[in-house]
Design a protein around this ligand. Sequence first.
Ligand code: GUE
Length: 290
Amino acid sequence: MTARIIDGKALAQQVRARIADDVTRLKAEHGIQPGLAAVLVGEDPASKVYVGMKHRATEEAGMLSRQVVLPSDTSQADLEGLVDDLNADEQIDGILVQLPLPEHLDPQPIQELIDPGKDVDALNPYTAGRLAVGDPTFLSCTPYGVLELLDHAGVETAGSHVVIVGRSNLVGRPLSVMLTLKGRDATVTLAHSRTRDLGAVCRTADVVVAAVGRIGLITPDMVRPGAVVIDVGTNRGEDGKLVGDVDFEGLREVAGAITPVPGGVGPMTVTMLLQNTLEAARARRGLPRR
Ligand SMILES: Nc1nc(=O)c2c([nH]1)NC[C@@H]1CN(c3ccc(C(=O)N[C@@H](CCC(=O)O)C(=O)O)cc3)C=[N+]21
């Protein structure tokens, strides 16, 4: 078996072109330009790259992009003050505080402070709760991108068994909820570092999603031949290259379809951030979300 490669870069281009069209129409018909504020605290090089990519993509979609870069010794009160200002700023529809924050800052109160109407990163507990009760506002960008990739690849999740490895608030946990909603109808196993015999659990899956952040976590013996493998990992190898959580070369011979890293989930994460910002701009003005 040679796996079909699910091309996230191509899908991202397609979806971003549609978003740019929607933005053009929103401007022409309603005089609205959606605006995204991305907040970066400190000098983490990977975070700088990500925020830079988000900035470029936002501008390319015709949206307003505001980048706020704060020194690494910024206080909790100053960061919360900035979020207050962005909440009140009429030009800003979406607010994203890039993670991880420096050690001395607590992300939880900051995420709770973000206006739920502008919570395009979907990390406010209100937003997470709305998803959990089956009435989502914003979907977290990475899991939202995974859903789009599965749809694009023609993977039917209804009735199938999806094993998600990794229980983070950013990816694993919200994805597990999304896949069990009506309409998705998957049976989900949320595996994590304390899961006994991860290989045996993964082998029961129709779809394996790896979202841990460990190189080589998913090996060919852990995947049933023909299963779909989604690699959410973004790790830096010793050579500085971006690598996922999945043994891609090994799994190519086993999986039915697989996402590469780079060029898989990553480009869709940024794309769904744009989608959420567009939805926020519409919803904040009482327009139907799409
Ligand atoms: N508040 C917050 N929200 C996030 O959504 C968030 C975050 N913090 N912190 C870090 C993670 C990571 N993340 C990625 C986004 C795009 C790519 C991406 O586009 N990757 C490209 C290549 C990038 C490269 O070459 O370095 C690809 O996979 O093809 C990857 C990873 C968002 N995150």
